[in-house]
Write a protein that binds this ligand. Structure first.
Ligand SMILES: [Zn+2]
Length: 256
């Protein structure tokens, strides 16, 4: 099945619900903002966590001003700031970029045991080989040589994301774990999508004891089960509402 054409930009929530009730064999992913905007350094949040991850079962994102990596595990939104300590995200926290989905319909879910020794790069190739479409992933188990990261909160004017994450800018914080147990969630998108989607495999992690987490840089599977589903992606670019001193209901044009 070829799914390259399945990027949809205008599927409504009602269609999403209808698709689910019909047992549609795909899951629908709701993305807030384009990856291009994030890469360009537009780190100011545009919608709150409660909206970006509404009813989400699984998801990833980043907090406003890059003040923490976000992930949704089993319906709970977590934030991993530069301390490395995961905390449940404030529903009012603004996010500049998020990818979220509801629980996939059972008919869309595939389960595979991932062979011991599989690295992050090999997992990406494995999933890419299975299908060239958008895939949503949940990987749970025991891992070795795990490297997780978050980054320091940024101050405007923001730099491009790749400059922030450059080694010599010292904004990235990394944690190494020889042995690590927990869950990794995220997406594998096709490599080229004109800057709309994040290319390749992108995973965020939360340990079983909920004491470590972050963006996954490296990992090797010891024993892990992968749950995955094909996905359609709906990208929403929120209209940025300017803050005004006077609300429309009280605005009096005669007092201009
Ligand atoms: Zn990330």
């Amino acid at each position: 099945m070829t799914l390259d054409h399945k990027l949809v930009a205008s599927l409504s929530r009602a269609q999403f619900d209808a698709a689910h009730s019909q047992g549609y064999a795909e899951t629908l992913v709701q993305q807030t903002e384009t990856a291009r905007q994030l890469f360009l350094g537009n780190f100011d949040g545009v919608v709150p966590v409660a909206q970006a991850f509404a009813d989400a079962w699984l998801g990833i994102g980043v907090a406003s001003a890059l003040d923490g990596e976000l992930l949704v595990v089993d319906g709970v939104v977590w934030r991993v700031p530069d301390t490395g300590l995961p905390e449940v995200a404030d529903p009012q926290l603004l996010v500049p970029f998020a990818i979220a989905e509801r629980r996939a319909p059972e008919g869309a879910i595939h389960r595979d045991q991932i062979p011991a020794g599989t690295t992050f790069q090999q997992l990406g190739a494995l999933v890419a080989a299975a299908d060239s479409s958008c895939v949503t992933l949940r990987l749970e188990g025991v891992f070795s040589d795990v490297v997780l990261r978050s980054e320091h909160r940024q101050e405007p004017p923001y730099r491009h994301l790749d400059e922030v994450l450059r080694e010599d800018s010292h904004q990235e914080v990394r944690w190494h774990f020889p042995k690590w147990e927990g869950v990794m969630v995220g997406y594998r998108f096709p490599d080229a999508r004109e800057g709309v989607l994040l290319p390749g495999l992108h995973l965020h992690a939360l340990s079983a004891d909920q004491k470590t987490g972050g963006h996954v840089r490296e990992m090797t599977v010891h024993t892990a089960e992968l749950t995955w589903a094909h996905a359609q992606v709906q990208v929403t670019v929120p209209t940025k509402v300017l803050t005004t001193r006077t609300s429309p209901s009280t605005y009096d044009s005669t007092r201009r």
